[in-house]
Structure formats: C-alpha cells, structure tokens
Design a protein around this ligand. Structure first.
Ligand code: HAM
Length: 427
C-alpha cells in the first residue's frame, strides 16, 4: 500500500470509475438540457454562516469547516441550495420566471463512511425558482426519474416516495403538537422505519403526546392520500393540499411516470427548509439509501436573501446511483473507445503513418500508434490489447498506391482502402 493513502470517504477515480462518473454526468446533463435548464456553478468554499441557520442540524453537524488564514469561518459546501439562493437572490427580480437552473457540484460532508455515504459526492441539482404551481413540482420529479430512465432503470427498479410537509404539519398541529416541538415530531416520523416503535412513541411522549395521540401520529405514516384526507374531515389545509397532490400525481401520470411514484407520509426530509411537496427516490429492493431527494422550499429566499420567491428543487447524488447501476449491470466500464491503431510496417513508412494518424484524428476519430519502431508482431499484439476497432497497417507498397490495409479486429477481415474511403464508410 502506498504511504499516502487517500482520506477516508474520498474517492480516487481510476479510469474504470471515471467511466461511470462520466456516464452519470452525461445523463444528468442530457436531461437538464431536455428539460430546459440553464447551468450555473458557485464556489466550493463558502462562509460558515450560510449553512448554520437554515440547513438544519443534520447538515451542520457534518460540515467540513475551519478558520481560514484571514480569520474567516468557512465551510466546504455540503449542499448547493444555499449557494443557489445567495446567487439568485440578488438577480431574481430582473429575470423572467420561472428560472430553471441546474448544477453538478462536488459536495463535502463529514459523515460516517458507509455504503452509499461518503465524505464527498457529486450531486445534480435542478431547481425551479419563482413558480407556485404544483405542476412545476410534478415536472421537477419527472426530471429526476427521467435521469434514471435514460440510464436504463425502470419503474420496477426504483420508486419515488412523495409527501407534503403541509399535510404533516396540519395533522400534527391537529394532534396538539406545538410549533416549537414540530421539528422533533418530524424527526420521529423521518426515522420511523429505522427506529423501534417504542422509541418513536417515547420521543412523541416527551413532546407532550399521550399514548393514544402518539399512536395516532405513527398511524398516519401508513395511510394512502385518500385515507389521510378522509381521516381529517373539515381540515381546510389538508383538503386543499390533497387536491394539489391529486393534480400532481395526475400530471406525473401524463408525463409517463405514473408507475414510478407513490404517496408516502414517511417521507419528511432531513433538511429544515422544506415547506411543501417533498420526495425521495429509492431502489425498490430497499437495499440502498436514498438516490435523490428534494422538494419545495418557499421560504428560503426570504430567509437568506430577503426576497419572497417560491422555489423547489432536488439533489441527486452520484454515489448511490453508481452502486445501483453496478448492481443491475448497467454501469459503464469502458474508459475510452478507440477507432484505430495505426502501424508503420517499416521505418520508411513512419512518415506516411503519422500523416494518416493526423488525417484520421482531424476527422474526429480516436487513433493511437506505437511510439517506438519495433516488430510488426509486437505492434499487432499492442493493437489487440488496446481494444481498438481497427488496426491500420501502412507499408511502402500501400503508400505507393495511396491506400492502407485495414484489419477489423472483431472478425479479422482485411481490406485495402484510402483514408477517404475509410472515413466515408464510417459515416
Ligand atoms: P440531501 O437529501 O441532503 O438534499 O441530498 C440529496 C442526495 O444527495 C441524497 O439523496 C444522496 O443521493 C446524495 N447524498 C447526500 N449526502 C451524501 C453523502 N454523504 N454521500 C453520498 N451521497 C450523498 C440536499 O442536499 C438538498 N440541498 C437538495 C435540494 C436541492 N433541495 C432543493 N434543491
């Protein structure tokens, strides 16, 4: 082992891993483009202050922060949303709405390393700013699902679980949870699948819910949307949000993702700033952590930037997705695709071989050649190991006739043709 190992939770990207990262990035970009999003980026280091107030304790406890040489308290960005709000807050007034922005930042969180959780990751962020319509929420989730579809996954591999903070808020207030205890109640619901039931009930007891009401609160988490609405007759907020969600699910159906989504009150989201629809995408087998998470955060612009603009977005990480692609045999492994290796069969042909290389590269092909003069047999071996589609041989005889000998590696067939004929055939 090298004396200088990489830090825990930080990855080296060898070509094989880089191939997967590039595959994921390409899918992210393609979908962002097709959905009409513009790309932005911000600095990887921000002032600590940007995170401590609004992201909530879950992220703040995981910050990579330090004091810089100028005495500033700074942090590596653990998420992109505060940067987005800072950047857009000063500009949003002059922009036609809604604004659709995307970015693919590398983020840093001091987490305990485990499967799907590292100390750095890349995250696609897609955010829509300045739009209240629930249809925007549906379009946004469909973008995240489209990424999965582009990568070859289907509704039987993954599921988006959707809830709405307003439903949970209204139901918990109806049960008598006070505003200052809501964060605890959210946290209990958020962890209901991982914590033993007794622990959940105890924690709800500690914020003043008697046994019966605590049971009721936990009971909410298994309800369908219609059961939930029926359980709260006369609650106007719940009736309105339930209607919104019906529109939302119908829009997702029309967009082609009806089978990919489900209502699930257990989805709360760890971050503090969400105010409306929230969602997380999981693998159906339940083996991995969340692939993607997001929702509406209508109050974050007023809190951080002093402008009252509704907003929604998601973060879609590369780590869990990469695991899933590997598990399902969908991950890219080829780190390059070579069109040809060009071999000069004697010293006198080297010049012609290099000119051929230049012509092929100039036409856009990926081409290599042996740097050292040596036996043709050795060069052929190297060509075969390189994975190039064709081996092109150039000797005095070929040069005199203005052709090259092309061997297709897959079937061993050999043909003579000019550079122009070769390029013409590839087109
Ligand atoms: P988040 O749920 O903290 O949301 O992260 C979103 C996704 O990033 C997760 O579902 C997961 O795929 C990935 N992720 C998070 N932490 C790690 C980690 N330590 N290692 C590997 N992957 C990780 C946010 O960050 C919000 N800012 C998303 C958002 C954008 N909401 C609105 N706009």
């Amino acid at each position: 082992m090298s004396k200088h190992a990489s830090l825990p939770g930080f990855r080296d990207f060898h070509p094989e891993e880089m191939a997967r990262r590039t595959q994921i990035m390409a899918a992210w970009r393609e979908v962002a483009r097709r959905y009409g999003f513009e790309e932005y980026d911000g600095p990887p280091l921000e002032s600590l202050e940007l995170y401590i107030e609004k992201s909530g304790p879950e992220i703040v406890n995981q910050l990579f922060n330090f004091t810089d040489k100028g005495g500033r308290d700074v942090a590596l960005r653990p998420e992109m949303t505060p940067t987005l709000v800072r950047m857009l807050g000063t500009r949003i007034k002059g922009l036609p709405r809604p604004v659709r922005w995307f970015s693919t930042p590398q983020l840093f969180r001091y987490e305990k390393q485990q499967r799907g959780r590292l100390r750095e990751h890349f995250q696609l962020n897609m955010d829509i700013i300045g739009e209240e319509s629930i249809v925007a929420d549906a379009d946004l989730l469909s973008a995240a699902l489209e990424v999965l579809r582009v990568l070859g996954l289907t509704a039987s591999d993954v599921v988006a679980r959707v809830s709405d903070r307003r439903l949970l808020h209204a139901a918990l207030v109806e049960l008598g949870v006070s505003e200052e205890n809501l964060a605890v109640a959210y946290n209990v619901i958020d962890k209901v699948e991982r914590d033993p039931r007794e622990v959940c009930l105890e924690r709800l007891g500690a914020i003043g819910l008697d046994r019966e009401r605590a049971e009721k609160a936990l009971g909410l988490t298994d309800m369908t949307l219609e059961q939930f609405a029926a359980a709260h007759p006369g609650n106007e907020v719940i009736a309105k949000v339930a209607e919104d969600l019906r529109v939302y699910f119908a829009a997702l159906g029309s967009l082609g993702f009806g089978d990919w989504v489900t209502f699930d009150m257990k989805i709360v989201r760890g971050l503090a700033y969400y105010t409306g629809v929230v969602f997380e995408i999981f693998d159906r087998r339940g083996e991995l952590r969340a692939i993607c998470g997001g929702g509406r955060y209508d109050k974050l612009f007023s809190a951080l930037a002093g402008v009252d603009v509704p907003a929604l977005g998601f973060g879609f990480g590369d780590v869990v997705l990469g695991e899933l692609l590997k598990d399902r045999g969908l991950a890219a492994t080829a780190s390059r695709a070579l069109d040809a290796m060009v071999i000069a069969i004697d010293d006198a042909s080297r010049e012609a071989a290099l000119e051929t290389v230049a012509a092929l590269r100039g036409a856009g092909l990926a081409v290599i050649y042996p740097y050292r003069a040596g036996g043709v047999g050795k060069a052929m071996k190297a060509a075969s190991a390189s994975g190039a589609r064709d081996t092109i041989m150039i000797g005095p005889d070929e040069t005199a006739r203005g052709v090259m000998k092309v061997k297709r590696m897959a079937d061993g067939s050999e043909r003579e043709m000019s550079v122009e004929e070769y390029l013409g055939e590839l087109k």
